[in-house]
Design a protein around this ligand. Structure first.
Ligand SMILES: Nc1ncnc2c1ncn2[C@@H]1O[C@H](COP(=O)(O)OP(=O)(O)OP(=O)(O)O)[C@@H](O)[C@H]1O
Ligand SMILES: [Mg+2]
Length: 361
């Protein structure tokens, strides 16, 4: 899968821009604030119909204007594709594949798999469990359409349950029959999501370990464990057993929304002992393993978008990483850096052909 051309109108800092990509390895260089990350985000929009950075669509329109348009042209194997994402002036978003608009965006998810690594992503390692659940969900939903629907259903019912729990506190007399109905409704997607996550980590965890070994040059050993309350009890049992606690807390304290991925570094809790470079190594391992799993499912490489790659890693790890990303991996990779020379030198040592695109204000 190759993106050959990217055209932007009124997207972030760009009025109108057309870029041609003629290599598998593309370096985007330029000073801070020039719009490197914005370009990666435009590619992310085309693949997953939304920004990578959790902003509103309207926040991506060039200041003072209305609406944006992103167009990507390329090919998967020998078949050409055109993907267009339009935010209309009335705020409505449209996605088109080969001039055909989608009725449901979820149909687009997974057709153009993508993996992004950006500096703030280190919260995946250092932050709360929600970040890691989102990682699992993003990956699984790129190869399993039903998963996203189950997740949406679960989250909707969870909100209803929490709102009912709050009402108990207001009114006093709990409507236990309604709660029972909601608990039944919640159990089916919970069990489904749990099974999918459990099956997924069976292949994902060994991939992460292997990637960590590759990046660190086998200097450290990392263990990962999928934690879920559903390991021990079924969802109906969990809900029944936590009823008093939930009523007191006025929210649902158990379920797949409490799942986590735990990391251990050479027998010690990773988050407490790891250095910044080790955290960054684990971040890359998590993301490259995502890449590998998606690749195995799709049969071709996702786009790999590496933002500010040179932060925090030592020369050896950097070299291991770049070698994997640009040489071993056969897919297209977009890298950004503020220093064109640094990027050029690092890639020259790998003897791959690179297209360097200098960006200026
Ligand atoms: N909606 C918008 N309209 C116009 N300009 C915007 C909008 N949103 C962001 N910008 C501008 O885009 C620039 C930031 O772009 P981006 O984050 O892509 O920079 P970058 O090249 O990745 O920089 P760095 O090297 O610091 O990461 C800023 O100058 C910001 O003012
Ligand atoms: Mg940036």
């Amino acid at each position: 899968m190759i993106l050959q051309e990217l055209t932007l109108y009124q997207f972030r800092n760009y009025d109108h821009l057309r870029l041609q990509f003629n290599e598998r390895v593309v370096g985007l260089c330029g000073p801070n604030g020039v719009g490197k990350t914005n370009l990666l985000d435009a590619i992310h929009y085309l693949c997953l119909t939304k920004t990578y950075f959790g902003r509103s669509d309207a926040g991506n329109v060039k200041f003072g204007l209305q609406g944006f348009r992103i167009e990507g042209n390329g090919r998967v194997g020998s078949s050409p594709f055109q993907v267009v994402c339009i935010l209309r002036e009335n705020g409505k978003k449209e996605m088109q594949l080969n001039h055909e608009p989608y009725t449901r965006f979820s149909e687009h998810i997974g057709r153009f798999p993508v993996v992004v690594v950006a500096p703030d992503d280190v919260v995946l390692v250092t932050g709360g469990s929600e970040e890691r659940r989102t990682l699992l969900d993003t990956i699984i939903s790129q190869f399993d359409q039903g998963y996203l629907q189950q997740l949406i259903a679960y989250n909707r019912i969870l909100l209803q349950r929490n709102s009912l729990l709050r009402q108990f506190a207001d009114i006093g007399g709990p409507d236990l029959s309604l709660l029972q109905v909601i608990d039944e409704q919640l159990s089916s997607p919970a069990q489904h999501i749990y099974e999918k996550r459990k099956r997924f980590v069976e292949t994902y965890i060994p991939e992460v370990q292997q990637m960590y070994q590759m990046i660190s040059g086998s200097k450290e050993n990392i263990q990962l464990r999928y934690d879920s309350p559903l390991h021990f009890k079924t969802m109906p049992d969990l809900l029944r057993d936590s009823f008093d606690k939930d009523r007191y807390a006025q929210r649902t304290t158990t379920g797949i929304h409490r799942d986590d991925l735990d990391f251990v570094l050479d027998t010690l809790p990773f988050r407490q002992v790891a250095s910044q470079g080790q955290r960054k190594s684990l971040l890359f391992a998590l993301k490259l393993a995502e890449f590998q799993v998606l690749k195995n499912h799709k049969g071709f490489s996702p786009f790999l978008l590496l933002d500010d790659v040179f932060e925090k890693l030592d020369a050896e790890r950097m070299n291991n990483l770049l070698h994997w990303a640009c040489v071993s991996n056969q897919g297209q990779v977009f890298l950004t850096d503020t220093h064109q020379e640094r990027l050029k030198e690092a890639l020259a040592s790998l003897s791959v052909t690179v297209q360097l695109i200098p960006l200026s204000e």
